[in-house]
Design a protein around this ligand. Structure first.
Ligand SMILES: Cc1cc2nc3c(=O)[nH]c(=O)nc-3n(C[C@H](O)[C@H](O)[C@H](O)COP(=O)(O)OP(=O)(O)OC[C@H]3O[C@@H](n4cnc5c(N)ncnc54)[C@H](O)[C@@H]3O)c2cc1C
Length: 447
């Protein structure tokens, strides 16, 4: 077996093992309830609704594990896939949790009275609190943009609602207690819930404590074309970390790492640096990114990383095709800079979409790198100036045909840019019979 195939197999096995661990965490506590003496059995639908209520809660709790930024969990998939899964599981969990009372009310209409929180017992009030929190959490995640909720406010509320939903769900289960009469079963579910909440404490307290002891200093602030700024950062009193080209880190610029929201940015510098220095190139797109220009050199910052599976060298290919739109150039820049530092002469094609010629971030450096590497850069301009003879419009299958040698499935593709561009390119690659295993996408909008 080739090295690349063995690597893929290892990734697949690791991925499969994590799926198995996930299922055990969701299903084992449910089956544990069936061990030992059982309460008198009720009709099928009542028991069914209880079972899905328990499963929904177990899934909700495990969400804390998915977002705990454990590298060994996310490495086989990449953070964007994990966050996608996180969203899909939330929808499933909320559907299960809502179905639980709906089924109960349908088979036992007298229970509808429990909806009156003034007269209902506490265990029913906790159920209502848990369900309403979950619904609010999912609705805000789905419509945050439409409701114009600031990211930071949404993030804090998201965590508060998740904690409330899980804690109130547990209080409801223990309060009702039909399947939790045995002390060990109660201990199991309470222990599990504490473990899930402990994961949140790990992310919010333990990890920041670790980051606090490993600060970075901004060593340079560089203006780039395309309303972007590069921050160069050096470890302050420690060795820093190594990353792979294409990975990203969470940056905290102002305040301490205990603040709830960090911002993710790809590393744009070469991964071959051995002194721990890293660079991020940040485009002015909102309230946080617009303040980057005001960062003074010497400022203390915190970096949590590296993360992400958007990395080359995972499998052998005859050519790397990097497809970037706008600030999606940053991970590609890290890839080509690393190639340059390692004198890596593998062929690379960079298809790079920008609005205008003047806004092409890293234009001059890319020109220089084409002389040193087996690199060919194709600029695609949305608003070209008079006299521009290069590609114009958006990157599409026609541009692939003009600039990439067939067979297209023999190359390995890396795509990063606005969502619409990425969707169009993934469709175009499908049309060229490039299998999904041959391309990697990094979506900057995963949350
Ligand atoms: C893996 C990854 C790598 C990225 N790399 C780069 C890069 O190299 N260069 C670059 O300029 N941008 C990059 N981004 C995008 C960058 O994180 C956002 O543009 C930035 O956080 C927006 O913050 P803002 O407050 O200025 O904008 P806002 O107007 O507040 O936010 C715009 C949108 O960005 C997203 N966003 C905002 N804050 C966060 C946050 N804390 N965490 C996650 N998403 C957030 C939300 O979807 C939000 O709707 C990357 C994003 C991801 C997910």
């Amino acid at each position: 077996m080739s090295g690349a195939a063995a690597r893929q197999l290892r990734f697949a096995l690791r991925g499969g093992a994590w799926v198995a661990v996930y299922l055990v965490f969701v299903l084992a506590p449910l089956f544990a309830l069936l061990i030992g003496p059982l309460p008198p059995s009720r009709d099928f639908w009542t028991e069914f609704s209880v079972a899905i209520g328990y499963s929904g809660l177990a899934m909700m709790g495990l969400q804390f594990g998915l977002t705990a930024r454990f590298r060994f969990v996310t490495a086989p998939w990449g953070e964007d896939v994990i966050y996608h899964l996180h969203r899909q599981i939330s929808l499933l969990a909320v559907a299960l949790v809502v179905a639980h009372p709906v089924i109960l009310f349908a088979v036992r209409p007298e229970l509808v009275a429990l909806l009156n929180s003034f007269t209902a017992p506490w265990r029913a009030r906790f159920a209502a609190l848990s369900t309403y929190s979950l619904i609010a959490l999912v609705a805000m995640a789905l419509w945050r943009g439409r409701w114009k909720i600031r990211y930071e406010a949404w993030h804090a509320l998201h965590i508060a609602l998740a904690l409330t939903a899980v804690a109130a769900g547990l209080a409801h289960m223990v309060g009702w207690g039909v399947y939790l009469e045995a002390p060990w079963k109660r201990a199991l579910w309470i222990g599990l819930t504490l473990f899930w909440i402990g994961l949140l404490l790990y992310v919010r307290i333990v990890k920041p404590l670790f980051l606090l002891r490993r600060p970075y200093r901004v060593s340079e602030v560089r203006r780039e074309r395309g309303d972007s700024i590069t921050l160069a950062m050096a470890p302050d009193g420690h060795a820093g970390f190594r990353f792979k080209p294409g990975q990203f880190g969470w940056l905290t610029l102002w305040g301490s790492p205990f603040q709830i929201t960090g911002h993710p940015f790809s590393f744009s510098s070469s991964a071959a640096a051995t002194d721990g220095r890293v660079e991020m190139t940040i485009r002015n797109l909102g309230d946080f990114t617009s303040r980057i220009a005001r960062v003074p050199p010497g400022q203390r910052v915190f970096l949590d990383g590296p993360y992400g599976a958007f990395t080359a060298n995972r499998e052998s290919a005859d050519m790397l095709v990097l497809i970037a739109g706008g600030v999606g150039i940053t991970p590609m820049m890290s890839i080509v800079r690393t190639f340059a530092d390692n004198a890596d002469k593998r062929p690379v094609r960079l298809l790079y979409g920008s609005r205008t010629y003047e806004e092409i971030t890293f234009r001059e450096e890319l020109d220089a790198l084409t002389g040193r590497l087996e690199l060919k850069v194709v600029h695609v301009l949305q608003n070209p100036h008079d006299g521009w003879t290069g590609e114009r419009g958006f990157i599409d299958a026609e541009i692939f045909r003009r600039h990439l040698p067939p067979p297209y499935a023999a190359h390995e593709y890396f795509i990063c840019g606005p969502d619409v561009m990425m969707d169009a390119i993934e469709r175009a690659l499908g049309g060229l019979d490039v299998p999904m295993s041959r391309y990697h996408s990094e979506r900057y909008s995963f949350v």
